[in-house]
Design a protein around this ligand. Sequence first.
Ligand code: HAM
Length: 415
Amino acid sequence: MSQLQPARGTRDIYGPEAELFRSVDSRAYEISKLYGFAAISTPIFEFKDVFHRTLGETSDVVSKETYTFTDRGGEEVTLRPEGTAGIARSFISEGMAQNLPLKFYYSGPMFRYERPQKGRYRQFHQLGVESLGSESPLADIEVIALGWQIISELGLSQFCQVELNTLGDQESRQNYRQKLVEYLTPYRSQLSADSQARFEKNPMRILDSKDEGDKKILQQAPLYSQCLTEASVAFFAKIQSGLKQLGIPFSINEKLVRGLDYYCHTVFEFTSNHLGAQSAVLAGGRYDGLIEMMGGPKTPGVGWAAGIERLCLLAQETIKINPPALIAILPAEERAEGYTLKLTQELRANHLACELLTSGNMGKKMKRANKIGATTAIIIGGSELDRGVATVKNFATGEQKELPLADLVNTLKRG
Ligand code: HAM
C-alpha cells in the first residue's frame, strides 16, 4: 500500500518532535519581537513568476526544484520554495511602501524537489525574518544579531559558526562577472553541462558547482574581493566592525555566494558540522534590487531564514521541554462522574491541565495516570462526595490526603 506512505521527502511530525518544533518557532518569534519584528503570513502558493523571475532561472531552486503546476483555472502556480519573494510580492500588492521601515517574522512549510537526505526534505519548514526599507549596514548587523541571539538562546551557539561574505553592489558584480568570464572562457568546453548552460545566463552560478572538474578549474578563479568597489568595501567593513562590537564571532568565507540570484552586498550562513552534509542552519543576506525587479518601488531589504528541521536536529540535545503539571481525575464510581466532569472544566478554566480517566477499574486508572505523567491524582467516589472531600495523591512524594471539595481548585492552583 505505497499510497499510504508519506510522499518521498515529506514527514509526519508528532510527539516530542512536534513539541520541539513549536517551541523553537515560538522562542524565535518572541526574540524577534524584541527587535521589532512583527508576524506575517503569506500564501503557500503564488503565481509562478513570483519565484521564477526573482530567484533566478538558472538557480537550482528554480531550474530543478520548484513544484509548479497549472491549476484548474489554467493559472501556473508554484508552491513556495522560500519566503522572501512572497513577502516582497505582498509588500508590493498590499501597498506597504508608505509604512517603511518594516520588519517581518514568518514561519511555515516550504517546498523544493530535492534529493532527500538527513536534514533535507521536499517539504520542510523555515522560520525567517525580513527587514525592509533600510539601506544602512545597521540593518544587516541587526538581523545577524537577531539570528545569533536565537541560536544562542536555543543553546546552539556551541554548534554553529557564522560565515560572512559580500557580493558588493551592482558595479562590483559586473566587474566580477567580467573577470570570471575572461578566466573561464578558455575552459568553457571542459566545464560540466550545467555550468556550460550557466555560462551565458549567469556565470556566477558556476561558483556554486558541485562538479569535481569544475571545482578544479575554479581553484585559480579570480576572487570576488578583488573586484569590489570602494563603497562596497566600506559597507562590508561597517558590518564587520558592528559584529565585532556586539561580540558575535564570524569568519569571512570568500566562496560564499548563495544559491539565489537576488542578493547583493552582505551574504551569510550559520553553519554547523553536527548536521552531516546539510550544514547550513540559517542563511540570508541583503537584496536591495528584489522589490524593484518585481515591479515595486526601489526598496532595500535584508533578512534570513533558518530550517526548523535543522534547528530541531541540533536542539534535541539542548532543549528540554517540560510538559505542564498534569492532574489526573479518577471518579471511583459512576455516581461521581458528573461532579468530576464539572471539576475538569473548572480546572481547565483556571489554566490547570487535567485528564478525566473513566475507563477500567481503579487499578487501571491509577496505571493510566502514571503513564500520562500525571503529577497528582484526584480520586472522588460516592462517599467522598457525601463528605464533601476528595482524596488527593501526590505522585512525586507518594503522599495522600483528603482535601475539602470547596477549595480544591484554589489549593491545586497554589500547587
Ligand atoms: P536558503 O539558503 O535557500 O535561503 O534556505 C534557508 C535555510 O532553509 C537553509 O539554511 C536550511 O536550513 C533550510 N533549508 C533549505 N532547503 C531545505 C530543505 N530541502 N530541507 C530542509 N531545510 C532546508 C532562503 O530560503 C532565503 N529566502 C533566505 C533569506 C531570507 N534571504 C533573505 N531573506
